[in-house]
Design a protein around this ligand. Structure first.
Ligand SMILES: NC(=O)c1ccc[n+]([C@@H]2O[C@H](COP(=O)([O-])OP(=O)(O)OC[C@H]3O[C@@H](n4cnc5c(N)ncnc54)[C@H](OP(=O)(O)O)[C@@H]3O)[C@@H](O)[C@H]2O)c1
Length: 280
């Protein structure tokens, strides 16, 4: 298998092996199809077999050897088995996209530890587990890319979703430190910070309603922005890019930023119904 090559405007992935978790819908499905269109052999992962199969069929139009693994990433043994499948069925991985994730729009006073741990497991522990299982093979080969999908919620600390924010901050910070650790290995890291992308994430049950207030972008636009970020070897990719300015504003004056957030929350609802804004 060959690694990605950048001889044309868009990076070609012919012969590369790309694994996308959360490939059954939304951003992950869009990324999987885009990688397949660029020639990659894609391995997609999720729980819903029927939806995963639909995405796989679309990938196989471009890349017939693409495959899928029905896996519940909440199950640590299943994550370990997935890593073995990636190594044996796909023959390894050139680009690992840890995209699977769950939202948790819930006011902090409504949180319990079981919920916090479940969110942390899917959004942080599981991608770290899969990364640690596959990283030695990338390091040994001297090449590879790990793409971790975080959220602007990580940097903006979106109210009404503290458990989600923290899980996305954890994967972002892990990724940044990992990027430095791997500086001389040939393994590259990209962290993706989506704002509001029009996916099923906003209609999943067991979440407070999403109040809106932020323009959403299409999956196609998000995928194009993410691929541009990967092509340009960016460590941080904000989707859309202007969200980086919000993160900068918060970093420069966190007191003013959180006071502004509180004002915004007051205009949208009660403290108990606290809306989630700024991210999924
Ligand atoms: N949409 C946004 O505005 C937005 C903003 C910021 C960040 N993000 C992040 O982007 C990523 C993709 O989300 P999306 O917006 O595309 O939503 P989505 O359509 O709901 O996709 C989530 C994906 O994760 C998979 N998944 C969830 N739990 C899983 C589990 N236990 N095991 C295996 N797979 C699991 C789902 O597949 P199954 O249900 O089939 O298992 C699905 O393929 C997530 O990490 C999300 O936090 C999204």
């Amino acid at each position: 298998m060959t690694g990605p090559s950048n001889s044309t405007d868009a990076t070609e992935y012919t012969g590369s092996r790309v694994v996308v978790t959360g490939g059954s819908s939304g951003i992950g499905a869009g990324l999987a199809e885009a990688f397949a269109e660029r020639g990659a052999v894609v391995g997609i992962v999720a729980r819903r077999e029927d939806r995963l199969g639909e995405v796989l069929r679309r990938c196989q139009i471009h890349s017939p050897d693409s495959m899928m693994w029905v896996t519940d990433l909440a199950d640590s043994d299943a994550v370990d088995r997935l890593a073995q499948h990636v190594l044996h069925d796909l023959g390894g991985v050139d680009v690992l996209v840890n995209n699977a994730g769950i939202p948790k729009r819930r006011h902090v006073t409504g949180l319990d530890m079981q919920t916090v741990e479940a969110v942390m497991t899917i959004n942080y522990l599981s991608p770290v587990r899969l990364t640690l299982a596959l990283l030695p093979h990338m390091v040994e080969r001297g090449s590879g890319r790990i793409v971790n999908v975080s959220s602007v919620a990580a940097t903006l600390s979106s109210p009404g979703e503290s458990a989600y924010d923290a899980s996305k901050a954890a994967i972002a910070v892990f990724s940044e430190a990992m990027a430095v650790d791997l500086w001389n290995t040939g393994v590259r890291v990209t962290v993706v910070y989506p704002g509001v992308v029009d996916t099923e994430l906003f209609t999943l049950p067991d979440n407070d309603p999403f109040p809106g207030g932020v323009d959403s972008i299409s999956i196609e636009t998000a995928v194009a922005t993410i691929l541009e970020g990967i092509d340009s070897d960016s460590l941080a990719v904000y989707v859309p890019a202007y969200f980086a300015n919000f993160a900068l504003a918060k970093a420069q004056n966190v007191d003013a930023f959180t006071a502004g957030m509180a004002d915004y929350v007051r205009t949208l609802g009660t403290a108990e119904a606290g809306p989630a804004i700024g991210g999924a």
